[in-house]
Every structure is written in C-alpha cells, then in structure tokens.
Write a protein that binds this ligand. Structure first.
Ligand SMILES: [Cu+2]
Length: 438
C-alpha cells in the first residue's frame, strides 16, 4: 500500500477499474490435465484410469487456491470479546466449480494457508486465483506463490515478482512443478513480501520421498521394526517415522494488521510481532484438535448466512498443532519458520529431538566415492540430538522424536523466547503446543 494507491482510490478511474475487476464476475479457468469434468475442477480427476480419459496420469496432482483477505480469531479472545485480526492469505478452492470460485474465495483466507503435501515424482498443477481483497478495495496488489527453497527449473513459476509471473486481481494462473526433491519446504506470496507475509500469506509445503512404501529397519533404533515412511531417501531407514506433523512457526504484529485494515501508513521499520503462533494459532488453540477458533464475525456474515451452504466456512484456522503418539512411535516434526521479523527457538522439554534434515536436505556428508550421492545419499550421517532447534525466517528442520523411552503423559513443544509465550498482552499462550504420549 502506498500513497499513490490511496490517491487513485478517490479518482473516477479507480471506480471504473474496480468495476471492471469485480472479482465476483471474474472468469476462473484452471489447468489440470486429465480433468474431464465439465466443471474443470481438479477434484474430478478419476481415481483410477478409465476408458475415455486418455489424459489420465496418476502422477498429476492439482490444487486450486484463492489469494485474498480475511480474518482470524486470536487465542486471547473471550466469548464476549472476540479478538479478530485482519489478514491477507490463501484459501482452498480445490473442487469448487469455476462459477463459484471467486465468491468462495472472497474473505476466506486461512492461517496457515492450505497445506500442500506432495510425493516425489508428482506433476503438480497449482492454480492461483486472485479474488481481490474485500476489505481493501483500494489495494489491487497482485499475488503469487513462491515455493521457498524449491529447486525450480522455470523462473516464470518462481513467484518472485521481478522475475516471474504475478497474478492480478480477477486473474487465474496455473503454476507447474515437476516434483523431484523430497523434504520440508514452505510457500508464501512473494509480492511486496514483507507486507504480504506479515499479513499471513504463509503455508506448509512438503514432499514425501520415493523411498516411501519400501521397508527399512533403522539399525540405530532400539526397536526391531520396519519403517515404511521416511523423511528422505536415506537407504537405511534412519529417517523413518510413524506419524508426521507440520509445525509452522509464525508471528504477527497486531499494530501493523490494525493499520493495514484502517488504510493507514504501514510501520515497516517499527514492525514488532506480538502474537506468536504455531500453524496460525496461539496456545491453547494450538493444542485443540477438536474445536477450532471461532469463525470471525465478518467472515461468518459473508459466507455462513447465505443460501449457498457449500460456501460455509467452519474456521479460518484449520490446522491444529496437537501432536499425539503412542509409546514407541517415532514422530516426524516438519518445522518451518515463516515470520518476517525474528528467529525463534522451539524446545521439547523431556523429549529427545533428533535433527535429520535442514532446509529440505538430509543431514548427511558428501560421499566422494559415490558420484550419484544426490540420488542415493550414502555419506556419513550428520544427524544430531538436541532438545531445541533455532530457525531464522525461511528455514526448516526435520526433527524426529522417538517415544520409545518416553513415559506416557503430556509434554510441551514451546518457544524459549519466553516473552512469546503470550497472546498479545495476555500471558500463558503464544508459541506452544502439546505433545501427548499415550
Ligand atoms: Cu500477496
């Protein structure tokens, strides 16, 4: 947002533009090879190859996201005084008919953004529709999707605005990614990134390795059992796990968000986050996997009171961070940090953390005798055991927690930046979640 946009808001030209670009009237056309449904939605790809659908490719995956604005309900809300924060963000339009997509995506942004989970070898078609920002009609910023840390061969799909495509209001664009490298990544809008990321355009993104489905017994593990799911193509089971959880570290500056919806100059230089979150929620909402935070009032008014019940929104913070494991299970935490202001440390008191990957790469030394090490990764393990990881913005860690020697009970994953164990001015909350061993 800048002054020129504010000036433009008051001109007849702006009124004309806003009429032309009314997102409710925008055509939404997406690409999804093999989709034979007249609705042109990716969910209609046949689950199994069938006659009459020669375009079917089991490796094709499609997803459709909206970019726009919305609200979230902060964890210091009370029943009588909800604390709702304005955000920019993404919402999931996958399977929504194209004639309803723009309306469904309006004021529907979620925090975190919809999780993107892929397999090595997938051919991924990601369609992004910019539905516009309902509460900021003056703000006709484009949006994009940037796969952070991703080995991307085509710069046009990178999402970084100076060198690739960005998506104007009312437009739809389909990104294509040939998924080659397993690991824990993240995605975000890259347009005016410090603003759009502070405002919430952040999502979990990870890729399962091709080794999944084969069996390896990790010899360093005390149990004698085979793993069939792995963080990486380790060829020895050392990154094997039973259950996985994405944990996205984030934080918001409530002053910045308030100024944003009030169309005031944004205090970039003074940005100081005061709401620390995991997967878009503060504790105790992080640990509630049954009842999500309440739907913000304006979102409910737009989506949940009209005759189209397919438009209803149950929550704008869909992802709990509650971790549950039975004794003996190995848990993979896919931790990423996508806030824009500071580093954070996540600790697990009483739980053994083993870091097996950083920034979407297995922690393993080069093997000079194996020229194909990028494929088979036969070098010496550089895994390390710890009880905390510190991540700067844009960094990820793959952390295994083996519960074999852990007594059943409730443990906590929490930040040791202790002033961030709060929801705004309210203490005992923020960047923390529960790890239940049963
Ligand atoms: Cu954006």
């Amino acid at each position: 947002m800048n002054k020129s946009k504010l000036l433009l808001l008051s001109t007849p030209l702006a009124l004309a533009i806003s009429g032309i670009l009314n997102p409710a009237q925008a055509a939404v056309n997406i690409q999804c090879p093999g989709d034979k449904d007249a609705l042109n939605t990716p969910s209609s790809i046949d689950a199994t190859p069938t006659l009459g659908n020669p375009g079917y490719d089991p490796k094709v995956k499609c997803k459709h996201l909206a970019a726009g604005d919305g609200f979230i309900t902060m964890a210091d809300s009370t029943v009588t005084t909800p604390n709702e924060m304005y955000i920019l963000g993404f919402s999931d339009l996958t399977g929504v008919p194209q004639n309803k997509a723009a309306n469904h995506g309006l004021l529907a942004a979620t925090s975190t953004a919809p999780t993107i989970e892929l397999n090595e070898g997938d051919k991924f078609y990601l369609s992004l529709t910019n539905v516009g920002m309902l509460k900021r009609p003056d703000l006709f910023d484009p949006h994009s999707v940037h796969f952070h840390g991703f080995p991307n061969a085509a710069s046009i799909f990178d999402g970084e605005p100076e060198a690739s495509a960005t998506i104007g209001m009312g437009s739809t664009f389909t990104y294509f990614y040939d998924i080659k490298e397993p690991g824990t990544y993240m995605y975000h809008c890259h347009v005016e990134a410090s603003e759009h990321m502070q405002m919430g355009m952040l999502g979990n993104l990870y890729v399962h390795p091709a080794q999944d489905g084969s069996s390896y017994d990790d010899d360093t593990d005390v149990e004698v059992k085979d793993y069939t799911k792995f963080a990486y193509n380790d060829v020895d089971g050392s990154t094997g796990y039973d259950v996985e959880y994405p944990i996205q570290i984030g934080s918001f500056d409530s002053v910045f968000h308030a100024e944003h919806i009030a169309v005031q100059p944004l205090p970039f230089a003074d940005m100081k986050d005061d709401y620390a979150v995991l997967n878009g929620r503060g504790y105790p909402d992080t640990a509630n996997d049954t009842t999500p935070p309440a739907v913000p009032s304006e979102v409910a008014a737009l989506h949940n009171t009209n005759v189209d019940t397919t438009d209803d929104i149950a929550t704008t913070q869909p992802l709990s961070s509650k971790i549950t494991a039975t004794v003996g299970q190995r848990v993979l935490l896919r931790i990423s940090n996508l806030n824009v202001t500071r580093n954070y440390t996540l600790a697990a008191m009483g739980l053994p953390m083993k870091v097996v990957g950083r920034d979407a790469r297995i922690l393993r030394a080069m093997d000079v005798n194996n020229p194909l090490q990028s494929l088979t990764q036969t070098g010496t393990d550089l895994y390390y055991e710890t009880n905390s990881v510190t991540l700067g913005s844009g960094e990820t860690a793959d952390v295994l927690i083996d519960t074999t020697d852990v007594a059943p009970g409730k443990y906590f994953i929490y930040t040791t930046n202790l002033n961030y164990l709060s929801n705004g001015a309210e203490d005992f909350g923020g960047m923390m979640t529960e790890f239940q061993v049963i």
